[in-house]
Design a binder for this molecule. Structure first.
Ligand code: GLN
Length: 479
């Protein structure tokens, strides 16, 4: 029997090389857990069992033939259902894409395949990645493996629950306003939102294109670094991708270098609205980091208070534009039946196909972009976004990393916030600034919370300096 509990990407490679287990046994063990637990957790929307086992068997054959293994060879990975895997469903947790099958692989998926990673299945999310709890999925809520009455976070809740529930060793998610980091925090794992442009989004179902990034969810910062390195690339198929050299991003952290970093603590992230226990745990994590001789400095980011408002103008504007392509005709098998007036058909398909939250945002976005309101809302939000970005750029001349909470609370109860969209939106108040500014940010679980709900702290870094935030996380994990 393979023990999946503390299995990291590196340990898998060691285990395979030492013949402690085969890739096939490992994959089969993952599917056993899925069979036992996915019913109650609802982390996966679809599974890829036959192909996964075939890939694993091929890895074993390579190993037997004495071939070198890539970092991710034989590693069981989960993929959020808004990222295309050829031949599999890609519903984005929406009814409107219920019958769609991906006709090509996302660039990130091709890269994982090149390394012979084992793709286990597609994970649940809030519809089109809009939400913070995976309760906006058309296919049911994902539950938190630490407490089944609580949410796993969102929108990458399925990916986070799959990793925390030992149903994958790591996973891919997407983060537009916090959708990798918040579920990672709620489920007690690591989640990295890379710099805007670090990872190709070809084959990611677009939510808000100036904010979306694909990134890893993993059990450790080291695993997150390995997975990030595998997917980071310049891709001619995504003109926003930038070819940055990440060759050393997963290398062991050098203690003196990490001690040379200065971490800024912004006042604005520790005020009203922060749950007391989260506040205390942030202090404890900072004390731990100080014990590693990392320098801290108080800073101020005065425009932070506008971030949520700006996000809820810019994001819906982009959502309403991106979701215009879903008419119930494209991405679906042709429907039989009566002929309609085109506008009736759109009305009917979009009314039935989209859930409440998607509709709310399409309406909001269409409004802020409409003649007469564009300048008052959209244009103004773009200007304030610039100020938030400038705030951060100036701060990064004094510090290398910014420390903050990930979310104001630990995982909340299923149903607790569904009636109040605004309360739900506030879950992302601390994660949104990194998306608006484009900078990388990671969520790291606070140590020593066994038996309690997990809480994560956030480290934001300079553009393209994923290594700084991951290295601080890796040193912390050694404690
Ligand atoms: N929860 C945020 C929202 O609802 C962020 C979602 C995301 O990052 N995809 O928009």
């Amino acid at each position: 029997m393979v023990d999946l509990r503390n299995l990291s990407i590196k340990k898998i490679k060691e285990g395979l090389l030492d013949k402690k287990f085969s890739a096939f046994e490992l994959t089969a063990a993952v599917f056993d857990v899925i069979e036992a637990k996915n019913g109650e957790l609802n982390a996966y929307l679809s599974l890829n069992k036959d192909r996964a086992l075939a890939t694993a068997a091929a890895v074993d054959a390579k190993l037997a033939g004495g071939e070198n293994l890539d970092d991710l060879a034989g590693v069981p990975l989960a993929v959020k259902d808004n990222i295309l895997v050829k031949g599999l469903p890609a519903t984005s947790a929406s009814k409107i894409l219920e019958n769609y099958r991906a006709s090509y692989d996302a660039e990130v998926v091709s890269r994982l395949r090149d390394q012979n990673a084992v793709l286990i299945g597609k994970t649940n999310l809030d519809e089109f990645a809009m939400g913070s709890s995976t309760e906006n999925s058309a296919y049911g809520v994902t539950r938190n493996p630490h407490d089944l009455n609580r949410v796993a976070g969102g929108s990458s809740g399925g990916s986070a629950a799959a990793v925390a529930g030992q149903m994958a060793v790591a996973a891919l998610g997407s983060d537009t306003g916090g959708s990798i980091r918040e579920p990672a925090s709620f489920c007690g794992i690591v989640g990295l939102k890379p710099t805007y442009g670090a990872v190709s989004r070809f084959g990611l179902t677009a939510m808000a294109s100036s904010l979306d990034q694909i990134g890893p969810l993993a059990k450790t910062a080291e695993d997150a670094a390995i997975l990030f390195k595998a997917i980071a690339s310049k891709d001619a198929k995504d003109s926003t991708s930038v070819g940055v050299d990440y060759a050393d991003v997963a290398d062991d952290p050098v203690l003196e270098k990490v001690r040379g970093l200065t971490i800024g603590v912004p006042d604005e992230y520790f005020g009203d609205g922060l749950d007391q226990e989260v506040g205390k745990e942030m202090e404890r994590a900072m004390d731990d980091l100080k014990s590693l001789k990392i320098k801290f400095k108080k800073i101020s980011l005065p425009y932070t208070k506008y971030a949520l408002a700006v996000y809820y103008i810019i994001m819906p504007a982009e959502v309403s534009t991106n979701l215009a392509r879903y008419d119930g005709l494209r991405y679906s098998p042709p429907s039989e039946g009566e002929k309609h007036k085109l506008s009736d058909l759109y009305f009917q398909n979009r009314s039935q196909g989209f859930g409440e939250e998607a509709k709310r945002r399409i309406l909001l976005g269409t409004f802020v972009l409409s003649a007469g309101y564009y300048d008052a809302y959209y244009l103004k939000a773009q200007k304030v976004r610039k100020l938030i970005k400038r705030d951060l750029e100036q701060t990064f001349q004094e510090v290398d990393v910014i420390f903050a909470p990930v979310s104001p609370t630990p995982a909340f109860k299923v149903g607790e916030k569904t009636a109040n969209p605004l309360a739900m939106y506030l879950s992302d108040i601390f994660t949104i600034p990194a998306n608006l500014a484009g900078i990388p940010a990671v969520s790291i679980p606070v140590r020593g919370r066994e038996g309690k709900l997990p809480i994560g702290f956030q480290l934001m870094g300079k553009n393209w300096r994923e290594k700084d935030v991951l290295d601080v996380g890796r040193l912390y994990e050694r404690l």
